[in-house]
Design a protein around this ligand. Sequence first.
Ligand SMILES: C[S@@+](CC[C@H](N)C(=O)[O-])C[C@H]1O[C@@H](n2cnc3c(N)ncnc32)[C@H](O)[C@@H]1O
Length: 204
Amino acid sequence: MTLLQINIPEPINTLPVCNMSSQVIQVANQRIEDHITSAQPVIHNFVQCDFQLFAQTLSWIIENYLLSGMRFCELGSGFGVATLLASIRGMESIGIEIEPTLVEQSRKLAERLNINSRFFCGSFIPRDITNIDNLSVEVEHVATHEDDIYEEIGLQADDFDLFFAFPWPGEYHFFEAIFESAAADGACLLTYRGRDGMNLVRKT
Ligand SMILES: C[S@@+](CC[C@H](N)C(=O)[O-])C[C@H]1O[C@@H](n2cnc3c(N)ncnc32)[C@H](O)[C@@H]1O
């Protein structure tokens, strides 16, 4: 199995974003700001991605028929905004997040916006990843333990057509290794890479 790079065209950030996605982003940004400025303990591994760029890239992926199905999973979903945006594009969307506070926030946000995404608290790393101890060396911003969360979800990692993650710099390889090991042939992994924008690969 290898990962095939899919080039995302440069002007992706000029694509229009639908009104509903813009509203989700606006409400979510306000909630995140309120949460960060409140007395909550800081969650050091949480940083939000560029939600507008995510919405634009997802539209491009869907409109170019790059997916083999419409099941979406956000690995480390934070406030769950990408998961919500995938739901309003018609995907069956799941967010997996290790921090209970963030899972609670994402569920509240989904309820406020009346979007039927589902959020689960646990580690997105499935059981029986080969070589997990070696893969985890020098990975500092991801909880690297395996979990049974996919049983709770009622779907396995190889049931999803598109995964999304925002890895910290230098930890992209970890997400790609988990994806390569657990996803179905033909599934795609989209990662947000800060200044370098979005990166898309397909398992072939
Ligand atoms: C950089 S944040 C990205 C949040 C969200 N995806 C976004 O783009 O706005 C990474 C998130 O992954 C979560 N996380 C780290 N390890 C995890 C694991 N093994 N399973 C689930 N979530 C994890 C962190 O708590 C954090 O909220």
